[in-house]
Write a protein that binds this ligand. Structure first.
Ligand code: ARG
Length: 466
């Protein structure tokens, strides 16, 4: 410099991590090939549909189209054989494939990108990927539902304590508890199906954002790619990532369900509860404490939920400030979805395995169901039904009975008739029929209730839906 001082190069200012100058940093922040190579099959499918349409509309020649398709098929084989050289200099999967196509077929490769932009191309590839992932998720959720239905059928009569506030509330059956999860997973599956329908529109042909002056046929490409119809607004098409957000929100809700189940499995498998025993396949031992059998798989399912929820918040935050239409911010959509998809698949698979394998300890459940005055409501209901007491009064009298049992250190069913009559003289020996947990459970025949007969009806209903 004129004053004799040497100007520091900008990368020296930015620090030691980036030794090779601003263009290298640009390459590093810009490139997505490290993760979007996952979209290679969707990219090739999309390009084949696009080239076929261009030829059908006379925009490129049939000869060029054939060359393009042949070249793309070769590239797919190279990628699948592991011989394809991915280059970070070429940024992303779209440019990697197009550059290789030029190597393979020469100038005809340059015609593929007619009437198309990477903006509609990436919207297409990613949407195809998410749609396929949702179809896979749907099948996996069905497998989990079936695993629960099988266990529910087996344990329609197995009595366990039902909880509120994790305090013993009323006796229920394990089958009924399993069916609660069938409802939750069934809603997840319905959300998946709805999302597939929702996103079933083809983005290709929106081009950069404004559409194109070439006489393309977007209905033709939509049909070829298995979409119901093309999207209706080219600006929205290249700036929309609702399908990814929907995937993540569905995944978050589903993971939340799996996490609650994981929590129950962790609690139930403690020696203190002892309601279930996990199979060796889904638990681990301790390196120091030989007596331990840890529910690691359940704990990891619970933890995956944190990752998946995090991805939803990340993508919502990425999208929230973006003006229409495409901005490069949107390139950050993929890792969130890929990571969540992998986590969710693992979580569903692990849960399905655990549910199928877990050993139910009916004796421990029965024992716990019978303690904690779980049939107090049945006593109150009996007083209403048989002695004509208003419910509030019956509730009060039952409170006295619970206090008496507590004082005597026994259960409600162990109180003598005289004890009970001292609380309310209208009580007869018939009361003992409702104080057992089996009688309590069998009496709850209201629609959706815990009576084994009712649970079996709900199982049959769900079997018809699978
Ligand atoms: N790799 C980019 C992405 O994932 C592709 C689209 C690039 N478009 C652009 N106008 N720079 O979003």
């Amino acid at each position: 410099m004129a004053d004799g001082t040497e100007q520091k190069s900008s990368n020296q200012m930015w620090g030691g991590r980036f030794a090779s100058g601003p263009s290298a940093i640009m390459e590093e922040i810009n490139a997505s090939i490290g993760f979007d190579k996952k979209l290679y099959a969707q990219d090739i499918r999309g390009s084949i549909a696009h080239a076929t349409m261009l030829a059908a509309k006379g925009i490129i020649s049939g000869e060029d189209k054939d060359k393009i398709i042949h070249g793309l098929n070769t590239i797919q084989s190279e990628i699948e054989a592991g011989s394809f050289q991915f280059s970070r200099k070429l940024e992303d999967i779209h440019m990697n494939i197009e550059a290789r196509l030029a190597d393979l077929i020469g100038p005809a490769a340059g015609r593929l990108h007619t009437a198309r932009s990477r903006n509609d191309q990436v919207a297409l590839d990613f949407r195809l990927w998410v749609k396929e992932e949702l179809q896979k998720t749907e099948a996996m959720l069905t497998a989990l539902i079936v695993a629960f239905l099988d266990r529910a059928e087996e344990h329609a009569d197995t009595v366990m304590p039902g909880f509120t506030h994790l305090q013993t509330a009323q006796p229920v059956t394990f089958g009924h508890h399993c069916m609660a999860y069938v409802e939750m997973i069934g809603r997840d599956r319905a959300r998946v199906r709805h999302a597939i329908e929702h996103m079933d529109e083809s983005p290709i042909g929106a081009a950069a954002l404004a559409g194109t002056s070439y006489p393309i046929d977007r209905h033709m490409t939509a049909k070829a790619l298995g979409f119901r119809e093309p999207t209706r607004n080219s600006i929205d098409t290249v700036s929309d990532r609702d399908f990814a957000l929907e995937f993540l929100s569905i995944a978050s809700i589903c993971a939340t369900h799996l996490s609650r189940l994981a929590e129950e499995i962790v609690i139930w498998s403690t020696p203190q509860f002892g309601f279930i025993r996990l199979s060796d396949a889904f638990s681990t031992g301790s390196s120091i404490m030989p007596q331990k059998k840890n529910p690691d798989a359940a704990e990891l399912v619970r933890a995956k939920t944190g990752r998946i929820n995090g991805s939803l918040i990340a993508l919502l935050t990425i999208m929230k400030g973006l003006p229409l239409a495409y901005s490069k911010d949107m390139q950050e959509d993929k890792e969130q979805v890929f990571d969540s998809a992998e986590s969710l698949e693992l979580a569903i698979a692990a849960m399905t395995g655990m549910v199928r394998d877990l050993e139910v300890r009916a004796d421990k459940m029965r024992e716990a169901a019978g303690s904690g005055y779980s049939t107090a409501t049945d006593l109150a209901d009996w007083l209403v039904r048989e002695a004509g007491l208003p419910f509030r009064e019956a509730h009060h009298a039952t409170g006295h009975a619970v206090a008496m049992a507590e004082q005597k250190g026994c259960d409600l069913g162990d109180l003598s008739l005289e004890d009970l009559q001292s609380i309310n003289p209208a009580i007869t020996a018939g009361i003992f029929d409702v104080l057992s947990v089996e009688a309590s459970v069998a009496s709850r025949t209201s629609f959706g209730g815990t009576a084994p007969s009712e649970v079996r009806k709900q199982i049959a209903w769900w079997r018809g839906k699978n």
